[in-house]
Design a protein around this ligand. Sequence first.
Ligand SMILES: Nc1nc2c(ncn2[C@@H]2O[C@H](COP(=O)(O)OP(=O)(O)OP(=O)(O)O)[C@@H](O)[C@H]2O)c(=O)[nH]1
Ligand SMILES: Nc1nc2c(ncn2[C@@H]2O[C@H](COP(=O)(O)OP(=O)(O)OP(=O)(O)O)[C@@H](O)[C@H]2O)c(=O)[nH]1
Ligand SMILES: [Mg+2]
Ligand SMILES: [Mg+2]
Lengths: 292, 280
Amino acid sequence: QLVEKFSGIFKKLRSKGKLSEQDVDLVLKELRMVLLESDVHFRVVKDLVNRVRERAVGRDVLDSVTPGEMVIKTFWEEIKNILGGEAHSLNTTGNIPVLHLLVGLQGSGKTTTAAKLASWLKKRGISPLLVSTDTRRPAAKEQLAILAHNSGVAFFDDSSCVTPLSMIQAAMSAAREKSADAIVVDTAGRLHVEKDLLAELRELIGEMAFQERFLVLDATTGQEAVKVAETFRDWVDPTGLILTKIDTDARGGAVLSIVAQTGWPVKLVGVGEKLEQLEVFHPERMASRILG
Amino acid sequence: SRIWGGEKIEDEDWEILEETLIQADIGPLLAMELVEGFREFKKESTGNKDWRGWLSQVLLKEISENDSRLFAGTAGKDLKALFLIGINGVGKTTVAGKLANYYQQKGEQVSLVAADTFRAAAIEQLQVWADRAKVHCIKGSAGADPGTVVYDGLEASLRRKDSLAIIDTAGRSHVNKNLLAELEKVSRIIGKHLPTDRVENLLVIDAMAGQNAFLQAESIGKAVPINGVILTKWDSQARGGIIFRIQKELGLPIKFIGVGEKIEDIIPFDPESFVQALVF
Ligand SMILES: Nc1nc2c(ncn2[C@@H]2O[C@H](COP(=O)(O)OP(=O)(O)OP(=O)(O)O)[C@@H](O)[C@H]2O)c(=O)[nH]1
Ligand SMILES: Nc1nc2c(ncn2[C@@H]2O[C@H](COP(=O)(O)OP(=O)(O)OP(=O)(O)O)[C@@H](O)[C@H]2O)c(=O)[nH]1
Ligand SMILES: [Mg+2]
Ligand SMILES: [Mg+2]
């Protein structure tokens, strides 16, 4: 299907014994545009194109495929390798209650994903407790409480807790009382340029051990994705990425950029607004999406 | 390094230009066009024009016609409406609150209409903004049909002799046919109450969005005729270059920019400062 898209350029390429530099450059130029249109970061595209050029030039062209097909296949392999061979599992082991933290930019889908994640854990025999440390957004706690109720998961709140740390500590005591073996913590959205808010998270992580610290990222994010990821890496040290809103048909180049730069595993993908719309990440499917 | 003025310097120039444009989310096609334009300019001009100076001029020209006013040329105190639409999480509800406050302060009598009956605590969230802006909030029940809420809301607003009704809607994926159909239906209901020159359909997009924001504008624009765009989270320092593509291919003007999470964090679109932030 990808080959059909590029049939125009392929007609220009003649099928030879080996791929010449010109042959490869022609296809690379087109593919570079495709990746940029998919929101892959400028620098990641550059590295990828250079690597593919090295691998493709001088390579033997098999009788069954055209030079263009060889280049595309090489590209697809490189992208797939960056995204990771197979799906990654959640870290659900550790001292009980296991703590999961969700952080990210405003509106990325943290609150919804917190409830989805709790529902996901519940289906796998884990008894989770949902808690919100968001004291900034209007009706943030109400939103999580409703989602918790809809997913049949316990929701913890103590209005006397004014800091995220005190809220989580109170949640931990409650978890032990209710024999909950996991706590999913929702946080307020914050920008990568809001250093005081990032400091708030860093302080929290210094005080509590979180088995998972997920960066929740909107799949429609553009070139800013790398800056966002690197900043959150420096302040929060995420253990993985949760990509949301893939159902907007966003090509999701941001995820390739971030994984290329940080090496983080992509643990889960949000594919809609409903509680059950959380899936395991499939590197191959993502690679095809990114290539258009 | 400009003192040499040789061919080598010019090569670096267009590369930095292209990089700046791509990183601003202007998109690869438009970036390529602009780089070609700059090359032509360098061939024809003898003066030593810095690419930044050239780019500022060119980009400013692209959006100089932009009219950021709402209801320009529409007079009278009769009811007008703002219909806020967009994908999930871009900032529609927050913009509704900010605009309610903004227009209330300008002397309009404003009501907020909570037509997001789907998402958890959406109505509660808008009510908080109504309290902050000190405006009336018209609500239906959670799970009610948004068309009904808008119908009842506009009726109530007319009875109250409001001059402006700001309608918040549920976020949606712009590729979900049912949700686009819902938007189209609600838009028609608004059209039955108010003449077109008294309704502004505003698309809300996130400044950090990539090329998908263009597809959002294109797709949602087929369901509801968009009058203008509101760009949120510009305080993220993302350049929001996608608006150039939206302006160029869809002809949509930018009306407001969201610059934070507080009620006063909204400013009318100013082409000069927008281009300045992108180029320098
Ligand atoms: N289409 C789609 N919408 C989603 C997905 N995940 C979350 N949403 C929606 O995105 C919007 C924002 O989600 P929230 O959970 O409120 O986002 P948040 O990160 O908690 O936002 P803040 O707390 O304000 O930072 C809501 O309308 C959600 O229903 C997804 O995978 N697909
Ligand atoms: N930094 C910053 N945050 C903003 C801005 N506008 C909105 N937000 C935040 O973005 C998040 C989402 O805002 P909402 O108003 O709930 O977005 P929405 O489009 O109504 O979301 P849905 O109804 O769920 O689709 C909230 O945390 C807001 O405070 C802005 O201009 N700057
Ligand atoms: Mg939230
Ligand atoms: Mg909303």
